[in-house]
Every structure is written in structure tokens, then in C-alpha cells.
Design a protein around this ligand. Structure first.
Ligand code: NOJ
Length: 553
């Protein structure tokens, strides 16, 4: 299925142009979703076999993390070829089938674009290595001579995001820059060829029918490296570089790239959407989320929010205000493939991001699974009531916990290998989904799974939860269906409530109330249409959210 190309003047007229504004978007991490061919790695056929499950959840769109050919040095965020499917995952024909199957069910598809870096197996990186210093091939990446008498020292003392040096030396003695793993060389976005090639990639997927893009590391594409290169300490000194002119990050000129992308997006009907993964201060996020740019940007504030009503109120207030400034809708996200699953985070007494807990192999504190799931359900229901898009991560609809005790020998994440003792990595939220209560890899596939699943995984399986009307799966389905029914204008008004309660009203007399306290509280008058846990008569217990509809007389 392909999109229609229209002239720019027609572009804004698409009937469905605002579909993303209050969409529920479900993130699939393809290698861990469903494995149809039994090789231990999830694949497109696996996803195809579950499209009715996806539709039944009540989502509006699927976001697929990278499925491109890759050596998996960083779980697929090291792309060998931007315009193909990893043969272990499927084929382009299967991709087309998936687009058609989703569209037939009125589900949109967003794919991940990784424009900051390629993999070191990308044909252009291989050409850059072969062509040598000073060549046009090398100019597609960021190469520099080293320091020291024989260039034996890196050009600068910078550290990569995953730990270890950010410069790696090649056979002829030059060094290349990689913000992430050494297998992920950064592109040189000052080179017109790179810009043109990404426009080609975006059009390639758009012409195959995708509806939008999630842009990886959106803040870091353009760079300006002064000579001599600043030190790591200088890079981190905010007084040395004005906002918008940092050598590596969040440069004003990255918007020139997105202006070109927007022009391409608007040639389709409805215009393609894009959401930026931009790790920038909140006020700078507005630039990426604006209509002339990508159109939406993730706010990761809820990924870090502790169980604290004031924190939630502030995050909601601030992000709705920012959305007002950019004209985009806000994004709400508790879990993704990079963080500890929120059902576990909220079960930790420390209430933090869970990094120390991961590092200790789950021994530094005791996870309370029941509490974690109860709170995760409560905050998810709260977020589903907010104006804006809700981004869900595969498995959260099952209340899946993090897997904290993956043996070192089975770990895959470069963050673990490059930063031993400091980071345990993100494998624990990427363990393949349990579809059945028992059986090989709990229904993920007919063989083993590429990351080991714990023995208790089946307790959280789709099959187990289907059979239990009070399960998180049934709860998510009811919540997402109701959200569709109740959601109207993107407005929210706060309701007077005790300090420990977060309560707000949406247009149409729909109220969401969350009790962050320890005592139950009285529910507002009206009809409770859903609650994240059992109610206590007409009172809302601790760790619970309820939606109330105030029927007009
Ligand atoms: C952000 C992605 O979400 C993460 O998984 C990846 O490791 C980095 N970007 C580098 O591409």
C-alpha cells in the first residue's frame, strides 16, 4: 500500500491529518515481540501473526524500533542499510504485507530512523575506510588526525554515551568520532550527500506506506567541531558555548535538516508525522515539536517521575504549556526499550530509576511486584486521561516486570560491555514477550529466545491474562477503549483535591482521580467507568486511579 503524493498546498487538507495528536502508540521492539520462524529472534511474520492482538488492544498506531540489517552492536540502532529489512527479521515484501495488514485494521505505522550514526558495516563507512584520509568518502563521517607525536592519542578526551572513548583509531592512523558504541560512527551532516541520502530513505519508507517516523538522537545530527577540539570538560561547560551553538548537541542549525524533512512530509496526505527523541532542556524541545520541524517531541519526564503527586502535577502542567507553545500535542511515556519497566520501578522502595537495583542484580532493595503493578496501572490510567499521545512499550499491557538477573554471558547491550560495573544495560526490558503460560519460550517462538526468559514469565503471559478478567491486559483494553470514547478536545482543568490526589477534568464531564496517598479518599460524584484497582465502596484506595463520568441531567 502506498501513500498519495500531493502538492504542498494540498497537503494540509488530509482528512486524517491530526490522527497522531491523541493517539495511543504501541512500541514494538521487533526482535523481542514474536518469533514466527523459531530462530529465537522476533520477526515481521511474528508481528503479522499478532495484528489482531494489536488491534484488540485499542491502540491507534504501532512504532517499530529498527528492523534494518544490523550486526546488533546496539540492538539494531547500528544500521547497515537504511532501506532494507534484516533477513533475520523478514523481507521488504513482508514489510509491505505488514503495512497493509495494519492499515486494513485502521492502525498506523511509525518506523524508527537512526540519522545520527550508521553502523561500521554500512557501505559508506567501509568505503571511507578504504579511501583514506582527506577523501570525499571519509568526509561522510567525522574523521580527525590524532594527537601525540605519531597521532597515537585520540583527537580529544571525549567519552561515548555508552562509556569508553568516543574516538576510535582506524588502520591508517586516523580516528573517527562515535557518540555511542565504536560500531556506530557518526555521520557528517555538513555533507550534502548525507542530507540527500536521508531524504531518499524517508521517501523510500513513506512510499511504502508508513505514516510517520520516530527520530533517534534527533538533537545531535549537526555538529561544528572547532579546532583545536575542546576538551570534555570544556564541552560540558555551559559558559563556553551559547545555547544552540554547542559543538555536538542541540544546535540551532539541526532545524535546517528538519525543515527539509517537513517539506517532504507535507507532500504526503495526510502529512507524515515525526516524533523526536531529543535529549534537550524542556524549553528547547519546542523547536523539534514545532509544525515546521518534526511536529512532536518526546518528553521523558514521566520515565523519571517518582510516586509523588506534586511531581506529576508539575510535569503535566509544564508539558501541556510546552505543547501549547509548539502547537504539537504532548507525549506521555513511562516505559520503552531503554529504561527499567515501570511496573518494576514503582515497586522499588527507593522509587527511582532503578539503576542501582539493576547493577546489584536485584539485591540492593526488594521489589514489591504487587505494589509496582498497582502503581503502574494507576499512572498509566492517569496518563491515558491526559490530552496528547500515549506511547506504550510492548509488554506493559501485561504489567511485565524488568528481568534483573540476566547472566553476564547472555547480555547483549553495549552499555553493559562498555561500562562494566557502572551500567548493567537495557537487556532486562527487552526480554522476549510471553504469549503462553507454558511451552517453548512461552509462545514467543518454537525455540529458545535470544535473551533468556525467567521461569515465572508465563504468569504474565497473554494466555494467562486472557483467562483473568482482572488482569492488566483486560484493564489496558478497557482503558484504551474508553479513552477513545471519552476523548474530545485537548483541554484539561484541574480539580481541587487533597495534596496527595491528582485530579483533573476533561471536556465532556470526564474526570480522572489518582490517589498517591496512603489513606483512601472520597470519589467525586458521578459514574465510575474504570478503576486501576478495586474500589473501597465509594472511596478511592491508595495507589489507584479512577475515571468518573459526570452524566449531564
Ligand atoms: C536511543 C535509542 O533509543 C537507544 O536504544 C540507542 O542505543 C541510542 N539512541 C543510540 O542509537
Amino acid at each position: 500500500m502506498t501513500n498519495t503524493t500531493l502538492s504542498p498546498s494540498d497537503a494540509l487538507l488530509g482528512p486524517d491529518a491530526d490522527w497522531w495528536r491523541q493517539a495511543a502508540v504501541y512500541q514494538i521492539y521487533p526482535r523481542s515481540f514474536a518469533d514466527a520462524n523459531g530462530d529465537g529472534v522476533g520477526d515481521l511474520r511474528g508481528i503479522l501473526s499478532r495484528v489482531d492482538y494489536l488491534k484488540g488492544l485499542g491502540i491507534d498506531a504501532v512504532w517499530m524500533s529498527p528492523f534494518y540489517p544490523s550486526a546488533l552492536a546496539d540492538g539494531g540502532y547500528d544500521v547497515d542499510d537504511y532501506r532494507d529489512v534484516d533477513p533475520r527479521i523478514g523481507t521488504l515484501a513482508e514489510f509491505d504485507e505488514l503495512v497493509a495488514a495494519l492499515h486494513a485494521r485502521s492502525l498506523k505505522l511509525i518506523v524508527d530512523i537512526v540519522p545520527n550514526h550508521s553502523s561500521d558495516r554500512h557501505v559508506w563507512f567501509q568505503e571511507a575506510l578504504a579511501a583514506g584520509p582527506g577523501s570525499p568518502e571519509r568526509d561522510r563521517y567525522i574523521f580527525r588526525d590524532g594527537l601525540g607525536e605519531n597521532g597515537e592519542l585520540p583527537p580529544a578526551d571525549w567519552t561515548s554515551t555508552f562509556g569508553g572513548p568516543a574516538w576510535t583509531r582506524v588502520a591508517d592512523g586516523q580516528w573517527y568520532f562515535h557518540m555511542f558504541a565504536k560500531e556506530q560512527p557518526d555521520w557528517n551532516w555538513a555533507n550534502r550527500e548525507i542530507r540527500d541520502d536521508f531524504l531518499k530513505t524517508l521517501a523510500f519508507w513513506a512510499d511504502r506506506g508508513v505514516d510517520g517516523f520516530r527520530i533517534d538522537v534527533a538533537h545531535a545530527l549537526t555538529k561544528r567541531l572547532p579546532e583545536p577540539l575542546p576538551t570534555a570538560a570544556e564541552l560540558a561547560d555551559p559558559t563556553l558555548f551559547p545555547v544552540g551553538d554547542h559543538p555536538l548537541s542541540d544546535r540551532d542549525d539541526v532545524q535546517e535538516v528538519y525543515a527539509e524533512w517537513r517539506e517532504l512530509f507535507n507532500r504526503y496526505s495526510p502529512p507524515l508525522t515525526a516524533v523526536a527523541e531529543a535529549w534537550v532542556p524542556a524549553d528547547r524541545r519546542v523547536r523539534y515539536a514545532s509544525r515546521d520541524s518534526l511536529g512532536q517531541a518526546f518528553n521523558f519526564d514521566l520515565l523519571r517521575a517518582t510516586w509523588n503527586p506534586e511531581e506529576f502535577r508539575t510535569i503535566i502542567r509544564d508539558n501541556l504549556a510546552l505543547a501549547g507553545q509548539s502547537g504539537a500535542s504532548s507525549t506521555w511515556v513511562f516505559s520503552n526499550h531503554d529504561v527499567v519497566r515501570h511496573a518494576s520501578r514503582y515497586g522499588l522502595p527507593s522509587g527511582g530509576e532503578g539503576r542501582e537495583w539493576l547493577l546489584s542484580g536485584g539485591t540492593s532493595e526488594v521489589e514489591d511486584r504487587d505494589l509496582g503493578v498497582a502503581r503502574a496501572r494507576a499512572v498509566s490510567l492517569l496518563a491515558f486521561a491526559l490530552p496528547g499521545s500515549a506511547y506504550l512499550y510492548q509488554g506493559e499491557e501485561l504489567g511485565l516486570p524488568e528481568v534483573v538477573d540476566i547472566p553476564e554471558s547472555e547480555r547483549q547491550d553495549p552499555a553493559f560491555f562498555r561500562n562494566r560495573g557502572v551500567e548493567i544495560g537495557r537487556d532486562g526490558c527487552r526480554v522476549p514477550l510471553p504469549w503462553t503460560t507454558e511451552g517453548s519460550s512461552f509462545g514467543f517462538g518454537s525455540g529458545d529466545s535470544h535473551l533468556p526468559q525467567p521461569v515465572w514469565w508465563g504468569d504474565y503471559s497473554v494466555e494467562t491474562e486472557e483467562a483473568d478478567d482482572s488482569s492488566t491486559l483486560h484493564f489496558y483494553r478497557r482503558a484504551l477503549a474508553l479513552r477513545h470514547e471519552l476523548q474530545t478536545a485537548e483541554e484539561l482543568s484541574w480539580i481541587d483535591a487533597p495534596e496527595s490526589v491528582v485530579a483533573f477534568r476533561r471536556p465532556g464531564g470526564w474526570v480522572s482521580v489518582t490517589n498517591f496517598g496512603v489513606e483512601s479518599v472520597e470519589l467525586p460524584a458521578g459514574r465510575v467507568v474504570i478503576a486501576s484497582g478495586a474500589l473501597d465502596g465509594d472511596r478511592l484506595p491508595a495507589d489507584t486511579t479512577a475515571w468518573i463520568v459526570v452524566d449531564a441531567d
